[in-house]
Design a protein around this ligand. Structure first.
Ligand code: AZC
Length: 830
């Protein structure tokens, strides 16, 4: 870094001014100029938020340079663009991300410290952009960063929700939801583009005319909403390439009905506007659960239609027609939420651009790819036909025609089995109502369909898409998820990063395959000691956050046992809680034994309407209270539920984790990505053979991971067998004791019936096989204890985890999408 007053390096001189320079002086001058002229404050009056805004704007200028360069290169080069359509982008904060990728973190820290400002304090001021629920949304954010890193020219398309995922407050152990208005103090990263606006229609009717002897359909919507673009530049590693995240905001065509207003109906005059703008007001807080509301379908069509108009307009600026669209555009559907885009593109091609149906269908299929993120039947989107007919009448006609042609073609090819035809039809019959199956629509409209881990992709082939896969065997392919190492290693864990660079050289920052060399040093006591010290610091920092948010004191020398993710029965936080109670009982029975001291940390949000998930949060808090107040287990066991889990909190928790809980019912977690982040940061995994855990195990080796429980096949067999959980519980005295304690109110003395139904549901159904996996999980946890007591062996295993998970970089994943799905080149590694 540059010292204040030192001579500038020659290369920096020509443009070392306030707008573009990267020296300490230039950055300091740039921040001061932003504070004065963009924020409108003098230094003496500036708050941390003012300094944050000024700093972010100065950083943004440096991103914009690369942005304009990238735009120019793509435009003149005529390269194919990727359009990543996602209803969710779970971004988090951007300041450190931009600084890291531009290589300016240290320079900026120094520039600000000369002004008496602490960069790390400003970091905490930035609100999280929480435009997503969990894994699917965070994956989209990691992918945006990796596409920029690999110089894949790409746009992310989504919705600019005014309110992101709710803020979670835990009151008396219960989750409460509060709106999260992340935009209330302005957003320094975005550029409003009021001139880029498209009309999006809803409702109305369809008319048919004859054009050259053929029918032409025209849709006359009864309602129109405007979609207005907001652009955020997304900078990749070393600032080489910058892409755009374009988020749509809904705006009413007419802000107000003046006639009604003048007649004194001031509220009614704004009713249309409120209805239109509701579309981008809030993110649906459902994660792997269906939203099923009319407003949700409006959101889906709104952003799909705006994005397609945008990319079609871009195409037509360069080419005379849309016949070569698939050569210039690859559209990826992030789950089925944008699947209506398949139909909308057909409408644009056929109805508006007069293309023949078959040509249009060929282009549509060649353009789209579809990623599936869950097999849970309750999470697969379907929309009632009557709702579709009312909201999108022309689209419903097109869906019927697509389906009829698809089924006719199959019949012509000799398919006749009724069950097969029913399963591959886009329309589901039953429950007295026809529904549109969005997964089938997305599958049929795409040339490639992918799962997100090897196991998940296999299960896709065997279950949900079995019949479609038999008919189109080459379409399903696997793309195991990945994570961006810039955010989840470099930004989140600078101490570990520094050690890695020291041992492996700087090249490890560019190419994670260098991590493998770390394995040679796994037994080195000096390296182990350094890593342990770094982790202890991270744990102490997290301990401070835990104390501040919950009042609970934790010991940074204890094992930090972490389960962070959405609260869901299939993720089985309650299995962890039952094991916690069993351990608590065991310690109390023999307090003198050499227990491995543990801090169990839980964090995650429950969908607002998911009653059992909210009860699990309450149970975590109830168990925490009893355990933490019991002097017998003091120094041996603590339980913490850390409220308001989000990306920024994850960046604090993950570098402090010793043990990573990945304990979903096998076959139900499509991939997981937290599992990758935790392993990269040196946590050992305790987990089932589910999702990407399987591939993590293959890489880190059986000795460096704790696997337990039924396999996906065994889970399926068990479900078929109808074996009773009551029997399982009766055969396990340990589990029986825990179940009895929970059910009789030992942890809820203020309401002894609180968990009775919950316990009975486990006894009677236990769809997620918590009881079936309990004993094996308990045994695996005791193996964890044993390894922890041998710290040299533990740290050896920890190092092996960091060393062997380089493959889970989202750069690798994006490279595979680019090659196998999008057919676009990527930038070679440095
Ligand atoms: C998640 C999966 O549950 C998770 O296993 C996966 O890692 C992640 O997607 C990214 O692929 N799914 C969701 O968040 N949501 C839905 C609707 O599946």
């Amino acid at each position: 870094t540059q010292q204040p007053g030192a001579a500038l390096p020659a290369a920096a001189q020509p443009d070392d001014d306030l707008r573009t320079g990267n020296s300490v002086e230039a950055l300091r001058g740039a921040v001061m100029a932003k504070l004065a002229y963009a924020v409108g404050k003098v230094q003496a009056d500036a708050s941390d938020r003012d300094w944050f805004l000024a700093t972010a704007l100065a950083v943004r200028d440096r991103v914009v340079q690369g942005w304009q360069r990238s735009y120019h290169t793509t435009n003149t080069g005529g390269t194919k663009r990727v359009y990543y359509m996602s209803l969710e982008f779970l971004i988090g904060r951007l300041m450190f991300d931009a600084l890291t990728n531009l290589g300016l973190t240290d320079t900026m820290r120094e520039a600000l410290s000369g002004l008496g400002v602490d960069l790390d304090k400003l970091r905490e001021v930035e609100p999280d952009a929480a435009l997503g629920n969990g894994g699917l949304g965070r994956l989209a954010a990691c992918f945006m960063e990796s596409m920029a890193t690999l110089a894949v020219p790409a746009y992310g398309y989504g919705i600019r929700y005014e309110n992101g995922l709710f803020r979670q407050v835990v009151k008396d152990g219960w989750q409460q939801e509060y709106p999260e208005n992340w935009l209330s103090f302005g957003n320094p990263w975005e550029f409003a583009r009021p001139e880029i606006a498209y009309d999006i229609g809803f409702g109305g009717h369809v008319e048919t005319h004859q054009v050259d002897g053929a029918p032409r359909y025209e849709w006359f919507p009864s309602e129109t909403v405007e979609a207005v673009a907001y652009d955020t530049p997304v900078v990749g590693w070393r600032g080489h390439h910058v892409n755009t995240l374009r988020l749509w905001s809904a705006r009413a065509g007419d802000p107000l009905r003046l006639d009604a207003f003048n007649e004194g109906d001031h509220v009614g005059a704004m009713a249309d506007r409120v209805k239109a703008e509701a579309i981008s007001k809030v993110l649906y807080p459902s994660d792997a659960t269906p939203a099923g509301q009319e407003l949700r379908l409006r959101q889906e069509y709104f952003f799909a239609a705006a994005s397609l108009q945008d990319l079609v307009r871009r195409h037509l600026k360069k080419y005379p027609d849309l016949s070569n669209l698939a050569d210039q555009a690859a559209i990826q559907l992030n789950d089925t939420h944008p699947a209506i885009a398949v139909v909308e593109l057909m409408r644009l091609l056929v109805d508006l651009h007069g293309m023949a149906w078959d040509d249009a269908w060929r282009i549509t299929q060649a353009t789209f790819g579809y990623t599936n993120h869950t097999l849970l039947p309750e999470a697969l989107e379907t929309w009632p036909v009557p709702l579709m007919e009312r909201m999108l009448p022309r689209h419903m006609q097109i869906i019927y025609l697509v389906n009829a042609l698809h089924l006719d073609k199959l019949r012509a090819e000799g398919h006749s089995d009724v069950d097969v035809m029913r399963s591959v039809s886009i329309i589901a019959e039953g429950w007295g109502q026809q529904r549109v199956k969005m997964g089938t629509l997305a599958f049929i409209g795409s040339h490639r369909i992918n799962g997100v881990s090897a196991l998940h992709t296999d299960l896709m082939r065997q279950t949900v898409f079995r019949d479609l896969n038999a008919i189109y065997p080459d379409r399903i392919n696997n793309k195991t998820n990945g994570i961006t190492f810039r955010r989840w290693l470099m930004e989140a864990n600078p101490a570990l990063t520094a050690i890695l660079v020291d041992v492996l050289g700087k090249a490890v920052l560019d190419d994670p395959s260098h991590l493998e060399k770390l394995a040679q040093h796994a037994g080195d006591p000096a390296l182990q000691a350094r890593l342990k010290a770094a982790k202890r610091d991270n744990k102490a920092t997290l301990g401070g956050i835990i104390a501040a948010r919950t009042g609970i004191q934790v010991d940074p020398d204890a094992m930090f046992d972490i389960q962070i993710k959405r609260i869901h029965e299939y993720k089985r936080q309650h299995l962890n809680l039952l094991e916690t109670i069993a351990l608590y009982n065991a310690i109390r029975a023999e307090p003198w034994r050499d227990w491995a001291p543990r801090v169990k940390v839980f964090a995650g949000k429950a969908a607002a309407s998911y009653h059992t998930a909210k009860l699990i949060i309450k149970l975590a808090n109830d168990v925490a209270r009893v355990v933490n107040d019991d002097p017998t287990v003091r120094g041996k066991l603590k339980v913490v539920f850390l409220p308001n889990y989000n990306v920024s909190l994850a960046e604090r928790i993950i570098p402090a984790a010793d043990l990573s809980e990945q304990i979903s019912t096998a076959g139900m977690e499509a991939s997981g990505t937290g599992n990758m982040k935790l392993a990269l940061n040196g946590a050992l995994t305790i987990g089932t053979l589910d999702g990407a855990n399987v591939e993590i195990k293959e890489r880190v080796g059986d000795d460096n991971i704790f696997i337990f429980g039924l396999t996906a096949e065994e889970v399926a067999a068990r479900h078929r067998s109808g074996l009773s959980a009551r029997e399982t519980i009766a055969n396990s005295p340990r589990l029986a004791e825990v179940m009895e304690a929970v059910s009789s109110g030992v942890f809820s003395p203020d309401d002894t019936d609180r968990y009775r139904d919950f316990a009975n549901a486990l006894r009677d159904h236990d769809h997620f096989l918590v009881t079936a996996d309990f004993d094996d999980y308990y045994a695996a946890q005791r193996r964890v204890d044993a390894l922890w007591r041998d710290q040299a062996a533990w740290w050896r295993a920890s190092i092996m985890n960091t060393a062997r998970v380089g493959w889970f970089s989202s750069d690798r994943t994006i490279g595979e999408y680019a090659r196998d799905i999008w057919d676009v080149p990527v930038r070679a590694a440095e």
